[in-house]
Structures are given as structure tokens and as C-alpha cells.
Ligand binder design. Sequence first.
Ligand code: ZN
Length: 396
Amino acid sequence: MPETGNQKLVKKINKSIVLRMIRNHAPISRAAISQKAGLNRGTVSSLVSELLDDKLISESGMGESRGGRKPVILLFNHRAGYSIGIDLGVNYMLGILTDLKGQIVEKQKISFHQLSLEAIIDKMKDMIRNLSAAAPDSPNGIVGIGVGVPGIVDHDGNVLLAPNLGWNNVPLKEILEREFSLPILIENEANAGAYGVKLYGTEEIRENLIYISAGIGVGAGLILNDSLYRGTKGYSGEIGHMVIDVDGKQCRCGRKGCWELYASEQAILEEARSLGLETSKSQPITLEQLVEHAENGDSKVISLFEHAGKYLAEGILNLVNTFNPEQVIIGNRLVMARKWLEPVITERLQAQTMGFNQEDIHVTYSQLSTHASPMGMAAFITQRFLENGLEQTVTN
Ligand SMILES: [Zn+2]
């Protein structure tokens, strides 16, 4: 008798439940899955057989025995495939190859300065080819490519606006699909970073958190009730263009006085230039150099960091007062200057949060640094791959 649509859907849901159970609780026996998932043993056995055929899991006879035959236990085969996650920054690109557990197997980083759209895309394709070539042999090979970009991205993977890259309406997903016949996901880098710290951050992660991606620009990813908030059309994340001074500096987004013009790496570098800290035009000063100056006690540079810290704190305060999160995680490149940013941010948050929030807000600094976004992208890809069958049935 052919299966009806509903039966197929139920089977796929159950299969993904069984797989998730093995991913999260391996080593685990069929009996334990049946008990934990509330599925009957026959169903679990047949789904496990399919997953074994798919090479997503493997079995081993090493389970603990309470007398008698040792039970067969199931393991998640985290090397059954590999995901590529790329973080496209304004002046760098960082790509990682991870296994299905999110462990980084290969990493590549390049720096650039004011490249054209075509040149950046070419470099991205090269990076994807290099990372693919580095993947160990596996049953599923590369299962997809995820790219985090510093801009507004719609659900179809179009980059509508990335002011710091000068991109307008770039169909990035389509461009990459033409080159690679693999699932492709494009997402705002702050959203990707929020997901990355949620999954892989060392911090204790709470249900409602705001991840601040403080790099060349500033973005924020919101995890609300434990899931990423993308907005109606996926446009969330570009909070760096929240106006904090209506008559302020002109931003590349077309507005004036955007938050990131005062609180980002770019803002700090511009101030450093205006103070004459740049020694040569051909070699622009870097954040790494400024951190070195600050380490050596350069008070001018320290006050640059403190100034940016004040503005970072003001934007964070606006977000905290709007969303009432339990946790704020500051990540990306500016974490490098934590030593000088943190005291200012802590002080301002303590002094100015509206009464009820004060005690409850935990501010931490992500150790993942620039890796949060590519790790989040790779994780999106892995999740989609593992739940693929289910998704296809739901959308078809
Ligand atoms: Zn702006």
C-alpha cells in the first residue's frame, strides 16, 4: 500500500526525532531512544536502519550490559559530511570547514582593501573551492555553503544593502548556486554570529540574548525565546544603522548619525587617522596596531577605545531597554580591545539601565571573536542538511 502524504510526513518527523536523539545523546541504544522519544520499538528500529543506510549513524557493540548480551549502541557519524561557513567582512573573508558536530576541520582567511563586487565574489569562490578540496572523504561530501554578510539580506539570499561594502541588490545566493550545485544560505553576519555563540560559545547561554557584532560596522542578532529572530522578511540585524544623532555624521546608508559611525572599528580607525596616528597612506592603520599602542600605555589610543566604548554602551542600553534580554554578548573584532572597552561599558550600563533591568543583565565578551559568524553559518547548513527530508515534505 503506498504511503499517504501524511504518513510520509509523520515518518520524516520521527526520523528527524530519532536522529536528533542520537546526535544529542549518543552513545544510545534503540531501546533508550524508544523510551525517551515515546516511539514504539518497531518504528525506532526501522528508522535506525534507514539512518544506518544513510551513513549518518553507526553502531557499536560497546554498550554497558547489566548481565547477558551487550546491547548494540548507536553513534552519530559526525564525519558523514562537511559544511562550509564563510564570514564576509568589510576588509577580510574568513572561511571554515566543519564536520556535522561543528568542529573546525579547515580554516582560511584573507584580507583585502576596497575590492570590487566581482573581485570579492571571485575570492569567495576560490575560498569555497579550497575548503571543499580540504574536506576528508565522506558519504555526503560538502552538504552546503553558508555566507554571513554585513548587510540586509532577504529570505531569497539577496543582499539588498551592504553599505560598508557598497553593495546594492546583489543576488549572492543565485550567483553562488550557478557555480556550485549545493544548498546555499545567505544571512546577516550578526544573526549568524548570534547563532554561533548560542551553539558554540563558552558562556552559559540564556533564552533571551542579544549578540552585538562589533567589527568594522556594528550589527546585532537577537535570540528570543531560544530562537533567532529574523524579522518578517529576514531583514533584522543591521542595527548599526539605528540613528543616535539626527544631525550627525553622514553614513553610507544614506542617513545621518548612525550608531556604528561612533561605536565601530571603522569609527576608531577614522579617529586614529584624524589624530595623525597613521604613519603612511599606503599602509592604513589597523586595530591590531592600536591595541598594541594601548598595551604600551598610549593614552591617546586608550581614550579612543574608551570613547567608542561609551557609544557602544549607549546603543546597548537602547537595545536592553527595548528587548529586556537576560544577556548581552559582545563579539567580533572589537573584543580585541575588551580591556579598555569593558570598564566604560560596565559603568554606563550600571549607571543608566532603567531600574528594573539593572540586576538581571549579564554582559559577556565572546571568545569566538570573528569565528562566531562562520560557525553559525556552518551550523545553519548542517541543521538544514540533517532536517532536509522533513523540510522538503513540508514545503512541497
Ligand atoms: Zn547608516
